[in-house]
Design a protein around this ligand. Structure first.
Ligand code: PGA
Length: 244
C-alpha cells in the first residue's frame, strides 16, 4: 500500500496576505490519516512563510525548482542546501514549463534530482509528452527517455524520488487525461522503475486535476496521488482533492 500524496504547485502565484489565508486553511483543514499526505510547492520567497505557517501541521512544503549546482557564480539560482535550511521537503524538477521556457534538458533534470537528494530533499521529477508526441504515438518513448535519463544519473537512489506524469496537453488546459489514459502511462513508468529496483516510488498524475476528477484518477492502481496546479490555489479544493 503506497498511500496517496497530493502536492499543490502554486507556480508563480501568491502574495503574503493570500498565502497566509491559504496556509491557515490547509493547516486547519487537512486531516492526516496514515497513507494520506499533502504538501504545497510555493515560490522561493515564500518558503520561510510556509515554514512558519505550517509548523506543527501535517502539511509539508516544497520548492518548484532547484539548481543543479552546489554553489558559486550562478546568478538567480537557488541551491538544494539553501532549500534544506528552510526545512523544505520536496523540490519539483523538470516541470514541463521549465523544460519549455528554460530549455531544461533531461540530463539537467537528473542532476537537479541528485542535488536535491544529497541535501535530504525529495525531488518530484516531472515527465510528460506534448500533444504532437501523443498524436505521433510516441508517449511511451518520450516519458521513457525522460525517466531513463534520471535513472542513469541517480542509479539505485532513484528509489528515493517521487515521479509525476504530467501530459503537457493537460496542464492548465482543463483537459485531463482520462483515468485509463493516466493508468496506461503510469503502468509503463512503474515497470521502468521496477526494472531499476524502485517499484515503490510514488507516481503522481498532474494536469487539470480538480476535486471533481481526483477520486477517479486516484482509484487507478498505479496512480499514487496528484500534482495540482491551478486548483491548488483554492485551499478547499486542494483539501478535497487530498481527501480531507
Ligand atoms: P494544472 O497544472 O493542474 O493547472 O493543470 C499542473 C502542473 O503543471 O503541475
Amino acid at each position: 500500500m503506497r498511500g496517496t500524496l497530493t502536492v499543490g504547485n502554486w507556480k508563480m502565484n501568491g502574495g503574503l496576505a493570500d498565502n497566509a489565508t491559504r496556509f491557515a486553511a490547509l493547516a486547519r483543514g487537512f486531516r492526516a490519516v496514515p497513507g494520506r499526505a499533502l504538501a504545497v510547492c510555493v515560490p522561493f520567497p515564500y518558503l520561510a512563510q510556509a515554514r512558519d505557517a505550517l509548523a506543527g501541521s501535517a502539511v509539508g512544503y516544497g520548492a518548484q525548482d532547484v539548481s543543479r549546482h552546489a554553489s558559486g557564480a550562478f546568478t538567480g539560482e537557488v541551491s538544494a542546501a539553501m532549500l534544506a535550511e528552510f526545512g523544505v521537503r520536496y523540490a519539483i524538477v523538470g516541470h514541463s514549463e521549465r523544460r519549455q521556457y528554460h530549455g531544461e534538458r533531461d540530463d539537467e533534470v537528473g542532476a537537479k534530482a541528485r542535488g536535491a537528494l544529497a541535501a535530504g530533499i525529495t525531488p518530484i521529477v516531472c515527465v510528460g509528452e506534448t500533444l504532437a508526441e501523443r498524436d505521433a504515438g510516441s508517449t511511451g518513448a518520450v516519458v521513457g527517455r525522460q525517466l531513463g535519463a534520471v535513472i542513469e544519473v541517480l542509479g539505485v537512489s532513484v528509489d528515493r524520488i517521487v515521479l509525476a506524469y504530467e501530459p503537457v496537453w493537460a496542464i492548465g488546459t482543463g483537459r485531463t487525461a482520462s483515468p485509463e489514459q493516466a493508468q496506461e502511462v503510469h503502468a509503463r513508468l512503474r515497470s521502468q522503475l521496477a526494472a531499476a529496483g524502485a517499484k515503490d516510488v510514488p507516481v503522481l498524475y498532474g494536469g487539470s486535476v480538480k476535486a471533481a476528477n481526483a477520486a477517479a484518477l486516484y482509484a487507478m492502481p498505479d496512480v499514487d496521488g496528484g500534482l495540482v496546479g491551478g486548483a491548488s490555489l483554492d485551499a478547499n479544493e486542494l483539501l478535497a482533492i487530498a481527501g480531507s
